[in-house]
Write a protein that binds this ligand. Structure first.
Ligand code: COA
Length: 165
């Protein structure tokens, strides 16, 4: 049996923290599917197609990784793709309560899959997509935290707010 993990998230946009989790997971699992949530309660800065494209472009070097969009319940997507694991990154203790709840509910909805938690690398533990967006929107440098493709897309998205001096 091959081990197939789903790594779900909003990825608005994908950061180096996410990429680091995928890179490490790609060494453990036979196949990793990055699942980009189309319907989310979050008011996203980038469309689903853009979020999927950024993930595809920045993860292209990992041959056992693919990126797909998903709508609705994660549990249905996990079943549809025949995955046996849901991968989640943990940044801090504060992430744990919500993650524990999510894992419990997903276990109930799709008992054949296990949630696997992976600690985020130390130097990415304090970043989040919304923080990256905020810094970029205020003209700050995010190149340490995102792939150049994403950095450029953020700069373009917020260009009107940060006119060149
Ligand atoms: N490095 C950097 N940042 C990270 C990170 C990492 N390794 N891991 C998470 N983050 C950040 C994300 O960028 C995100 O930042 P933001 O809140 O500023 O956007 C934040 O941490 C939370 O990310 P995450 O935990 O991945 O949540 P999410 O909102 O991106 O994804 C879903 C949540 C989509 C997986 C979840 O809502 C879901 O499954 N939805 C489908 C509907 C469903 O099935 N609901 C029932 C669930 S039981």
């Amino acid at each position: 049996m091959s081990n197939r993990a789903i790594y779900p998230g909003t990825f608005d946009p994908i950061t180096n923290g996410h990429i680091d989790i995928v890179a490490r997971a790609a060494r453990i699992f036979d196949h990793v599917i990055v699942a980009v949530a189309a319907s989310t309660s979050k008011n996203t800065a980038f469309s689903t197609d853009e979020r999927v494209q950024f993930a595809r472009d920045t993860l292209a070097e990992y041959k056992n990784v693919e990126v797909q969009r998903f709508e609705g319940l994660l549990a249905n997507f996990v079943r549809q793709w025949g995955a046996n694991a849901v991968l989640r990154g943990l940044r801090a203790v504060s992430d744990f309560e919500y993650e524990f709840q999510l894992a419990g509910m997903n276990k109930h909805l799709v008992p054949e899959a296990e949630t696997i938690f992976m600690p985020t690398r130390e130097n990415y533990s304090y970043i989040s997509s919304s923080l990256i967006r905020e810094i970029a929107s205020l003209g700050g440098d995010v190149s340490e935290f995102v792939h150049p493709i994403v950095r450029d897309a953020l700069a373009e998205r917020f260009a009107s707010r940060n006119p060149k001096k």
